[in-house]
Ligand binder design. Structure first.
Ligand SMILES: [Zn+2]
Length: 491
């Protein structure tokens, strides 16, 4: 048996000004050919699970690519071709199954549905080969994706800590089908519903009940049941919440379960709208807290959903209100890193920090913040993730330096990285458990590594292209009507 195993992942924020070219994929660690298997074969990811399954059945593995970029703007045509072509070539060489670790929210310059296009091409090359797909919880599902694969399964956790299990589940369905034990059929459903990411944590309502429903469906015999929260920062027709179910030869049951899940979601639609407190009020509330660590969540510039990671609004308010003993992860500013490294550890520097990127899609101009302090640490920005999300994957912050203003230690780095692992601070010489405040450019994923050390969590409504207020996003291509953009829409 020969199995093609590949990973192609990007969550595209069409409002983000960051260009998603091949360099952005490479800067997170993307590999082709033998290196893909060597680097990712043992990671706790769907790709790692697929590799383990293929080895278990003694299959020959053809792993042409692992490619993932941090969320950002549309994927360029060139990058999409460079990453998807090796997968198509591997399928064309002949195989008995295809195992794909995809995101499900890739928008490209050539097509709004990057995954659907890939799957359609694979099906055209190999119409009868079974295809297993593991997807992110933030998938914007399309009919084309469902039509062109055998079994798809999405994560049931946000933060995503069940990625490996998801890969195992999807791959096993296909392996059982090959043996003739089952005949997978798949159905999907959706409602016109944009959900806000801050309302999607899977251990809280309104999402927890939906996750319980899909788990119950699996306990009652469905081969796989998934509810996708969707990714609202994509101005595409197929954006929003959906469900997909795989059963053993029972399309009616699959239909019934899907409809039940999306009906439950629709009934709770009001709960999927996030209502933020004013920023100054949130920082003042944090200032009054006696014990730390207090997490200050800069969710409108969230690295993990396409933020530029250089918006200074929340940090400026922290400075204005005079919070002390703060550590910040992180400002992405390669020029500032260069200045700090040239100055050297112990040197006093003054910087116009961050604010280098305009965000025309949300009507914002980059605004640097003047800060002065001592260069406290310099590092190569590499560490291996130990948190229960992306465990074992190597993190590449680029060259990094810490600016100490006397009250605030700011990690400044060359590349994007969302903080969900304590290593983000520790690799920069900061012990996060010892700080009163930790400002994090994150929305929900920080919980994977930081929730356990936090005494309080304060969501801080700053500015940026990952705003938690959907009414700020200038949608043009989303299918209408859709809730909550059209509050009176009926499903
Ligand atoms: Zn996600």
């Amino acid at each position: 048996m020969r199995i093609v195993v590949a990973k192609m992942k990007h969550e595209t924020n069409t409002f983000s000004p960051l260009v998603t070219d091949l360099a952005r994929f490479e800067s997170r660690g993307s590999y082709f050919g033998n290196e893909a298997l060597q680097r990712y074969g043992l990671t706790q990811t769907p790709f790692g699970a697929f590799v383990a399954l293929a080895r278990e059945v003694g299959a020959e593995i053809d792993a042409p690519v692992v490619a993932e970029a941090w969320p950002s703007g549309r994927v360029t045509a060139e990058a999409y071709e460079r990453i998807s072509r090796p997968i198509l070539d591997a399928v064309a060489r002949g195989c008995d199954a295809v195992f794909l670790d995809l995101h499900g929210a890739m928008v490209t310059d050539v097509d709004d549905d990057g995954e659907g296009l890939l799957l359609e091409h694979i099906r055209a090359i190999a119409p009868d080969v079974p295809i297993a797909v593991a997807l992110d919880f933030h998938t914007n599902l399309t009919e084309r994706m469902v039509r062109n694969c055998t079994a798809m399964v999405g994560y049931k956790t946000f933060p995503h800590i069940d990625t490996y299990e998801t890969g195992l589940q999807a791959g096993r369905i296909v392996l059982r089908a090959i043996k003739g034990e089952i005949k997978p059929v798949m159905r999907w459903a959706r409602r016109p519903l944009l959900t806000q990411t801050l309302c999607q944590a899977t251990d809280e309502e309104p999402m927890a009940g939906l996750i319980a429903a899909v788990r119950a469906a699996e306990a009652n015999g469905a081969l796989a049941a998934t509810v996708f929260g969707g990714f609202a920062h994509a101005d595409i027709a197929d954006v929003g919440l959906s469900a997909v179910v795989v059963t053993d030869g029972d399309p009616e049951a699959a239909d019934r379960i899907c409809v039940d899940i999306v009906e439950r979601a629709w009934a709770k639609r009001v709960e999927f709208v996030y209502r933020a407190a004013p920023l100054a009020q949130s920082i003042a509330r944090a200032k009054a807290m006696a014990e730390g660590p207090v997490l200050l969540i800069d969710h409108c510039d969230n690295t993990g959903s396409g933020g530029t990671q250089d918006v200074m609004t929340v940090l400026a308010e922290i400075m204005r209100q005079g919070l002390k003993d703060v550590a910040v992860f992180a400002i992405r500013d390669p020029a500032a890193v260069e200045t700090m490294i040239r100055a050297g550890i112990g040197a006093q520097v003054s910087l116009a920090l961050g604010g280098k990127t305009d965000m025309p899609a949300v009507g914002l101009k980059g605004a640097p913040l003047d800060v002065s302090g001592i260069v406290r640490n310099i590092s190569d920005g590499e560490f291996t993730i130990t948190a229960p999300m992306f465990t074992g994957v190597r993190a590449y912050l680029g060259r990094s330096a810490v600016l100490d203003t006397g009250t605030i230690e700011i990690v400044v780095c060359e590349r994007s990285h969302e903080p969900w692992d304590l290593g983000c601070f520790r690799s920069n010489g900061i012990e996060p458990t010892q700080k009163k405040y930790l400002m994090l450019k994150s929305r929900i994923h920080y919980r994977a590594g930081f929730k356990a050390i936090a005494r309080h969590i304060v969501e801080c409504n700053g500015t940026g292209c990952t705003t938690s207020d959907n009414t700020i996003l200038r949608y043009q291509r989303v299918r209408r009507p859709i809730y909550p953009l059209d509050p009176t829409v009926q499903a």
